[in-house]
Design a binder for this molecule. Structure first.
Ligand code: ZN
Length: 270
């Protein structure tokens, strides 16, 4: 199921428009591209994760910031970083939830993980005042046992999103769809990543039917409402007067420093 994604891109002339069109052409997973030089926006209809589209646009040499997502309700959870919580302060990511007529699309990128599988769950409370310890249990409105994303809703918690897989660089990039999940039901709750893989309720451990025996909650973020396409007119951050582009560069710089820090730590352990 494709969804619409809107980016702000710092285009200055028709040449920029052509360069971006070029970067997004010839891909069967990109259904539609609509570029407005006046508004400084690129609207893409696609099945691909937004990070991949962002990287494609930026391969033109222009910077891109995500502005809006989906025709209807959408929500976002900032994992780790300054808005969320990460136990070791290294995990950072953004996960988006987009309501469509055929269910909810979950699209995210989380960095700084140990390579391999990690459980991903929606928890009932949006309280991270005590890190991932104050988020309550898995979101479970029908009072069921723990299961996997593919199980019938009567055999899983609503908040059971299965596993995400981090590559050798520690990045998990994912996009999946679930028909039972509604964006309006999960706004104000939280999203949690676990240390270990989720056994989807199929293990022998006593925690299997509770949390998939997925171990410690290592990073989390509150799920908040986010802008749909054309809803976000922001060009300057209201809190400090910085432009979208300043904000983005600062985040990138900070994150690169974090990664360097992690690499140094890894080297020391070897
Ligand atoms: Zn569960």
């Amino acid at each position: 199921m494709a969804s619409k994604i809107e980016f702000a891109v710092n285009m200055t002339c028709e040449k920029c428009v052509d360069a971006i069109k070029n970067c997004l052409s010839d891909n069967k997973d990109i259904q539609k591209v609509d570029i407005s030089l006046d508004r400084g926006t690129v609207l893409v209809e696609t099945k691909l994760p937004y990070t991949i589209i962002q990287e494609k646009i930026e391969s033109s040499g222009k910077r891109a910031v995500l502005k809006g997502f989906g025709d209807n309700s959408s929500a976002v959870s900032m994992i780790g970083g300054t808005s969320g919580f990460s136990k070791n302060k290294l995990i950072q990511g953004v996960v988006r939830f987009i309501e469509t007529q055929k269910g909810c699309i979950v699209d995210g990128t989380i960095d700084g993980l140990d390579p391999g599988d990690h459980g991903l769950h929606i928890h009932e409370c949006g309280d991270i005042s005590n890190g991932c310890e104050s988020v309550g249990q898995h979101f479970n409105p029908y009072n069921c046992s723990h299961g996997g994303l593919e199980d019938d809703i009567s055999n899983r918690h609503m908040g059971d999103l299965g596993n995400i897989t981090a590559d050798t660089a520690g990045r998990a990039l994912f996009r999946f769809q679930n028909n039972d999940l509604k964006v309006t039901d999960i706004i104000g709750r939280s999203l949690v990543v676990t240390e270990n893989a989720d056994d989807l309720g199929r293990g022998q451990n006593s925690n299997s039917k509770i949390d998939g025996n997925s171990g410690l909650k290592i990073a989390c973020g509150i799920i908040a409402r986010s802008c749909g396409i054309f809803e976000n007119t922001k060009k300057i951050c209201s809190c400090d007067g910085k432009t979208l582009w300043d904000e983005r560069d600062e985040l990138k710089k900070k994150y690169t420093q974090l990664l360097d820090f992690k690499n140094i730590n890894l080297d020391e352990k070897r």
